[in-house]
Ligand binder design. Structure first.
Ligand SMILES: [Zn+2]
Ligand SMILES: [Zn+2]
Length: 100
C-alpha cells in the first residue's frame, strides 16, 4: 500500500541543531546553543513526553547528574514538528508520523 508522506516544508537552518540545555544555574533560561550532538527523551510517557537537544559537553554533564529515558544522535528530523520517537530500534531515532 502506497502511503505518501504529507507535504513538508523544510525550514532552512543556518547551522546545526542547537543545544537547548541551560548550563548556568544562575541563568536557567539561557540556552547553551552549541551545535547539538544528542537528542534526549526525558520521558516518553504519552501526553507528557519531554525532549531536549544537547551538545557533547552538556550530554556529559547530564550523564553525570540526570536520569533520562533514552537518547540518540541528533539528526535534522529531531527538530521538526510532527516527528515521533521510534524506540523499536537501537539506537532509537525520530521519524515523521502520520498518526496523532
Ligand atoms: Zn550544550
Ligand atoms: Zn531525535
Amino acid at each position: 500500500m502506497f502511503n505518501p508522506l504529507p507535504k513538508l516544508t523544510f525550514r532552512e537552518k543556518a547551522g546545526a541543531l542547537a543545544c537547548t540545555n541551560a548550563p548556568d544555574p544562575e541563568a536557567p533560561t539561557t540556552a547553551c546553543e552549541a551545535p547539538a550532538d544528542w537528542h534526549i527523551a526525558w520521558t516518553l510517557t504519552p501526553g507528557a513526553a519531554w525532549f531536549s537537544l544537547a551538545c557533547t559537553p552538556c550530554m556529559d554533564e547530564i550523564l553525570r547528574h540526570n536520569v533520562f529515558t533514552d537518547r540518540h544522535p541528533a539528526r535534522p528530523e529531531c527538530d521538526l514538528p510532527g516527528t515521533g520517537w521510534e524506540t523499536a530500534a537501537t539506537p532509537s531515532y525520530c521519524v515523521w508520523t502520520t498518526t496523532n
